[in-house]
Design a protein around this ligand. Sequence first.
Ligand code: NAP
Length: 244
Amino acid sequence: MQLLMKVVAFEEFGAAGNLQLADRPMPTCGPDDVLIKTAAVSVNPVDVKTRQGEALASQLEHALPLVLGWDIAGKVVAVGRNVQNLSEGDDVFGMILFPKPPNGYAQYVAAPADELALIPAGVSYDAAAASTLAALTAWQAFTHFGELKAGDRVLIHAASGGVGHFAVQMAKHLGAHVIATSSSKNKAFVESLGADEHIDYKAVKFDDETGDIDFCLETQGGPQFQRSVSVMRNGGTIINLPWD
Ligand SMILES: NC(=O)c1ccc[n+]([C@@H]2O[C@H](COP(=O)([O-])OP(=O)(O)OC[C@H]3O[C@@H](n4cnc5c(N)ncnc54)[C@H](OP(=O)(O)O)[C@@H]3O)[C@@H](O)[C@H]2O)c1
């Protein structure tokens, strides 16, 4: 008898209303995989844009009906024979199988063990699932695609957002002077993360308020990207995040 589980799938790209509860066979655990009982899934912009027919949609069309959900957290319930680093009962999180179909919007998901990490003590499943792609994006921007150095003046746009709130904390950890933009309603939150200066992008033009920036994490694209260029010092680095 085949065991079934519940998933959230869609047969056509489009609005959120296309997401439907469906039955799928329970995944099997390959030799390098673990089987996870899913506890939390993070829905970030790449999920939304792909579901709408953008981002990775053209690469994944062949796999319709699709089950998205790259950012997951849960408990390991079975371990493949080659897996050394994880055991049954471990609480794990990770960004799995990107950019292949992840099948994370599901009661159970199989994923390569080397794409998962143990959830630190005291961190919830929800927080762990939300700390994968968003945190990785900020970290890669500062340490892989760019090189943020101690003492740099860094401008972080959308500092209250998914990527931005990690970026503020990471930039402080790396010793930078952080200038952060958000709405006034999020000023206290952004400052609590360590921002040295705050700019309310709705009340003032950030390019009138700051300059001599060594590193900018740009989140909006278009005209804001051009305005961000105008506040850079010569030789500075801008990382542009929008997926257009
Ligand atoms: N999340 C990810 O994992 C991820 C990965 C790769 C790339 N990206 C890209 O990174 C960008 C940000 O994504 P996100 O997930 O961090 O977004 P998000 O969580 O949706 O953040 C949106 C925040 O942006 C702020 N905002 C809106 N317009 C702004 C402006 N003109 N200036 C400054 N802040 C503004 C708003 O802050 P207030 O509420 O304070 O006004 C809003 O809360 C997007 O282009 C996304 O495609 C995201």
